[in-house]
Ligand binder design. Structure first.
Ligand SMILES: Cc1cc2nc3c(=O)[nH]c(=O)nc-3n(C[C@H](O)[C@H](O)[C@H](O)COP(=O)(O)OP(=O)(O)OC[C@H]3O[C@@H](n4cnc5c(N)ncnc54)[C@H](O)[C@@H]3O)c2cc1C
Length: 101
């Protein structure tokens, strides 16, 4: 699947952000490790359901998908050449759920 098609499909799928600009891709191509891998697309979903939709899309279209938290991993685990899901918007949701337990 073409990169532009992946971006368009994801834009139609979620209301969160979908990025394909070079600067953004470069930012997400590194974490706290020494590695660099340029992703095809970066998405910043707004809800859990949007995360699920992106993962289903990635699975259906055989595109690698990786969750990213703060990007502080030391071995490049938050990097890939497919879709990066930035979960920073959802941290409050996760914290609320933990506090309600
Ligand atoms: C200065 C420094 C000191 C550190 N000290 C320690 C230490 O003392 N002990 C220690 O254990 N670690 C330490 N680390 C490592 C780092 O803090 C951990 O790897 C951290 O848990 C990574 O979290 P992150 O949200 O930044 O994940 P990322 O770096 O974004 O991703 C790391 C991995 O977690 C996955 N991931 C991220 N978010 C999610 C999610 N919501 N759901 C599922 N998978 C997800 C990613 O896919 C990736 O595989 C240190 C790092 C730095 C930079």
């Amino acid at each position: 699947m073409k990169i532009s098609n992946i971006q368009k499909s994801l834009q139609n799928l979620i209301t969160g952000e979908v990025w394909g600009d070079d600067e953004i891709l470069k930012f997400y191509s590194v974490d706290a490790s020494l590695y660099q891998i340029i992703p095809k697309v970066v998405v910043i979903p707004k809800t859990e359901n949007e995360v699920i939709s992106v993962v289903k899309f990635a699975n259906k279209n055989r595109v690698a998908v990786t969750a990213r938290g703060a990007g502080t991993g030391l071995v490049g685990s938050a990097l890939n050449d497919g879709i990066i899901i930035d979960l920073k918007n959802l941290i409050q949701l996760v914290l609320k759920k933990i506090m309600l337990r």
